[in-house]
Design a protein around this ligand. Structure first.
Ligand SMILES: NC(=O)c1ccc[n+]([C@@H]2O[C@H](COP(=O)([O-])OP(=O)(O)OC[C@H]3O[C@@H](n4cnc5c(N)ncnc54)[C@H](O)[C@@H]3O)[C@@H](O)[C@H]2O)c1
Length: 448
């Protein structure tokens, strides 16, 4: 259905800040906070989710943690005043007990998601599961089966659906503002420094120890494209490779580490000194917090001399592609292109949705969405609220997850999670298909 002819000055009602996907808990007086156990007290676990719980004692309480790193574990114990017998070294220890909490957050490395999730589902936990939900197709399907048999549930940390930006785009589509959706062009602009941090020097540099780049970085994007298309994907083709961050591209004279000192460092955009000591000098959290907990320049320089994060980007043991393009065909003739690239100035997502009666262009970093209706030709500009942590998505996710668990634990009816496991299964299968197509050069048909 085409939308009514817009006036050009029309204002859309803003989505209520921070209430995306939330459910209202029946007002029967004081409600006890949701008890939460945390597996993996790293950047996501303690800095994002632990921090949210710390700031919202009325909504949640951290009651147990599993973390092998003694410093991180001690931090969680201290901040959340955990008794010693509720601090475990690994997920296996925590989950060898009967259920210790209403909810469990799994924020371990990519390859340590599926096993704790399966065990936690058997114990009936309501799980907030970090992406990727699993790193192989078989594991994804195994998880789906286990969730169907469990009294617990899985909410996937696809944070972007909880941003006002993407929720507004979804609403514009639902309102028929551009008629029938026909094509999508979605760009994941990783940002040159972010790619160097995570995919050249950092934890996601090798597919075998983390997961394929297209899964690790773009499973959120597949999830969004699937959400916009509103139907299953039929076929996937993809190409891409590791083009630039290779030894043969090292400038003459470049040394092993940026701190050696390296004669190229002062002009190299990928210099670790530039990224961690200059560019993010005043930011105490990510990405600097990944290399050392001490934000002082001297401490960061020392960390660069010793850690993988000080290595020359042309001399790392990375193997994941630095650019990849995916073409997707959905039932009903909708087509989509996803571009994922290291070589972007900005670290943001941009999207263009083309419909029979108009076009939507969005820039997440600016929170800007412009709708171009064909009939009037008058663009409608919307500015959405962003915020810290994935443009406010981290906060929205936690709020929606805790509200839902609050209902579920009393046996009340709760709406499906905005980022349910079943939707995520679809988008993960699209990502696996993209990697298969990139490697084999063949089109992968998901509907056969
Ligand atoms: N939703 C998002 O937008 C988003 C953003 C960034 C990262 N992630 C995902 O979140 C996950 C965690 O990423 P991170 O950046 O916090 O990594 P991290 O390395 O900072 O944290 C992972 C933590 O898990 C711990 N751990 C490892 N093995 C464990 C075990 N057996 N039992 C318990 N704990 C264990 C590690 O010691 C570490 O502290 C990854 O899968 C990543 O892909 C999601």
């Amino acid at each position: 259905m085409a939308s009514p002819r817009p006036t050009g000055t029309e204002k859309l009602p803003a989505l209520p800040r921070g209430t995306l996907g939330s459910v209202t808990v029946a007002d029967g007086g004081e409600t006890a906070p949701v008890s939460v156990a945390l597996v993996g007290a790293g950047q996501r676990g303690i800095e994002v989710y632990g921090d949210y719980i710390f700031r919202h004692p009325e909504a949640a309480r951290l009651v147990a943690v599993a973390e092998p790193d003694p410093t991180r574990r001690a931090l969680a114990v201290r901040l959340h005043r955990l008794p010693p017998d509720r601090a475990f070294t690994t997920w296996e220890h925590l989950l060898s007990h009967e259920r210790l909490a209403d909810a469990l957050i799994i924020a371990t490395p990519d390859r340590v998601h599926v096993e704790p999730a399966l065990r936690a589902l058997a114990l009936g936990y309501h799980i907030l599961l970090e992406k990727p939900i699993a790193t192989t197709r078989d594991e994804v399907l195994q998880l789906q089966q286990a969730a169907m048999e469990s009294s617990g549930s899985v909410t996937v940390a696809h944070v972007l659906r909880y941003t006002e930006f993407f929720a507004t785009i979804r609403r514009l589509l639902d309102e028929g503002r551009i008629g029938r959706l026909v094509s999508i062009v979605h760009i994941e602009n990783i940002g040159f420094w972010h790619f160097a941090h995570s995919y050249v020097r950092g934890n996601w540099r090798r597919a075998e120890t983390a997961s394929p780049m297209i899964l690790a970085k773009a499973c959120h994007d597949f999830d969004l494209i699937r959400w916009f298309a509103g139907r299953p994907c039929r076929s996937v083709s993809s190409c891409g490779e590791l083009t630039y961050f290779r030894p043969e591209n090292a400038p003459p004279g470049a040394t092993e580490r940026c701190t050696d000192p390296c004669p190229v460092e002062p002009t190299c955009p990928y210099s670790a000194v530039e990224i961690y000591v200059r560019r993010f000098a005043h930011r105490t959290g990510w990405p600097g917090s990944v290399i050392t907990g001490d934000p002082r320049p001297t401490a960061r320089l020392q960390a660069l001399r010793e850690s993988p994060y000080g290595r020359c980007v042309f001399r790392c043991d990375n193997d994941v592609p630095d650019h990849q393009v995916v073409t997707l065909e959905f039932a009903g003739g909708i087509t989509a292109t996803l571009i994922v690239s290291a070589f972007t100035a900005e670290n943001t997502r941009t999207v263009k949705l083309m419909g029979t009666h108009g076009e939507i262009r969005g820039h997440l970093g600016r929170g800007e969405i412009v709708t171009y209706p064909f009939s009037s030709g008058l663009p409608l500009v919307l500015h959405t609220q962003g915020g810290e942590g994935h443009a406010g998505g981290d906060e929205g996710l936690m709020q929606a997850f805790l509200n839902r668990v609050q209902l579920l634990r009393t046996g009340a009816e709760a709406p499906a999670a905005i980022t349910s496991l079943s939707d995520s299964v679809d988008s993960h299968l699209m990502a696996f298909a993209a990697e298969e197509s990139r490697r084999t050069g063949r089109i992968v048909h998901l509907d056969r």
